[in-house]
Write a new protein. Structure first.
Length: 391
């Protein structure tokens, strides 16, 4: 991936370098002797030759030499700075972009471009306070909406959710790009923080704001259910958890244990069975099947549960389902017992090795749930694993 990114910038640099060569040739003809034009043209084509022969370091040095000879090659120098950053040479990128930003006679657009590049250099090097200063200045001048995007990323890294929300709303108002889903995640971060601190009403207010930002926020629904569960409001928790499961069935395993506990405490066993039957129609994983099989076992006996589960597993084969079927067969006294026990042991070992969650953006696997993927940093992309062979 680093190689691809590097060559992306080389190919971006090629037309800029070509334009630079043309400008140098033209200006050389107007202002200087033919000898200097010839030298610059030769240097330019040597740089292209290095690129084509996969010698990027030598090419960069030559293009830098061209930039030093003609200080008006602004775009080329910005591109070289980007390339330095992507190659990990952040100090060189900072020095180059600092010099560009301080150059007299720049247009407003060029000044903004140089400062944005410098702020990105600071972010890459971990100097978030300097990056924040650069981007905040650009925002105050109302010159670059991109600066707001960078500020949002900085405040995410610093977990300053209030400032992240403020800048996300401002970015939405300036660009028209919807930011509701991201704002809802930030509000839920605040709600989690206040819930952990025992500030229940403040947490409820943050959840309400999350719903305002994203009416279909799954995370807000889960938080609402947990807050009501903590407060002993089982009926309200049931409504919140069921809304989550109906809106995004992938999150059913995340809410089902608490939801079934609420049903049990309220004594609404038929309601629980109806809900599980509904979810079986919409969720291809095995979790609601196993939960309903347990309820059938308790209400109607082992034989009924085994027969029902065996029928379900014909349509959705699953290691966990097979393990449950083996348990029911053993409980029923079926034969051969020894074979079934061996199969159960193998099945249990397979289950231990499987992750419970996976990021649907980058494929990161985890045993515990994360709202922000630890690998690619995407929000809301890590979901309970749905794999028909093992779920």
């Amino acid at each position: 991936m680093a190689f691809i990114s590097e060559w992306f910038w080389f190919f971006l640099l090629l037309p800029l370098a070509a334009l630079t060569g043309w400008v140098i040739g033209r200006r050389g003809g107007e202002r200087h002797s033919q000898g200097r034009v010839s030298r610059l043209s030769t240097t330019y084509f040597r740089g292209l030759n290095y690129l084509l022969n996969e010698q990027p370091d030598k090419a960069i040095e030559l293009f830098l030499h061209i930039a030093e000879l003609d200080k008006d090659t602004f775009e080329t120098q910005v591109a070289i700075g980007h390339l330095f950053r992507r190659r990990g040479e952040v100090d060189r990128a900072i020095r180059l972009h600092q010099a560009l930003a301080q150059r007299p006679g720049l247009s407003d657009q060029q000044k903004v471009q140089a400062l944005l590049a410098l702020g990105e250099d600071y972010m890459r090097s971990g100097l978030l306070d300097r990056a924040e200063t650069v981007f905040s200045d650009l925002v105050q001048l109302e010159r670059a909406p991109q600066a707001l995007r960078h500020l949002i990323n900085i405040y995410q890294a610093e977990r300053d959710w209030e400032k992240a929300i403020e800048n996300a709303r401002r970015y939405e108002s300036i660009t028209g790009e919807p930011m509701g889903r991201l704002i809802a995640q930030f509000e839920c971060e605040l709600a989690d923080r206040h819930r952990a601190a025992g500030d229940v009403e403040v947490a409820r207010a943050a959840v309400a704001r999350a719903y305002e930002a994203d009416a279909n926020s799954v995370r807000a629904g889960i938080l609402e259910g947990r807050i009501e569960l903590d407060a002993g409001n089982d009926a309200a928790a049931i409504r919140a958890f069921e809304r989550v499961a109906r809106h995004d069935p992938d999150y059913l395993p995340e809410v089902m244990p608490a939801l079934l506990s609420c049903y049990e405490r309220t004594g609404d066993r038929p309601g629980a069975r109806r809900f599980l039957a509904e979810m079986i129609e919409h969720y291809r994983g095995v979790s609601p099947v196993l939960a309903l099989a347990r309820m059938i076992e308790a209400d109607e006996g082992v034989a009924a549960a085994r027969a029902w589960l065996a029928q379900q597993l014909k349509d959705r084969p699953s290691v966990r389902g097979e393990a449950a079927l083996i348990d029911l067969t053993l409980a029923e006294g079926g034969d051969p017992i020894a074979t079934l026990q061996d199969l159960k042991h193998i099945t249990d070992q397979l289950l231990v090795r499987n992750p419970s969650y996976r990021c649907n953006r980058c494929g990161f696997g985890a045993r515990a749930h994360h709202w922000q993927c630890p690998s690619c940093k995407e929000w809301g992309s890590v979901k309970p694993l749905l794999n028909y062979a093992v779920a």
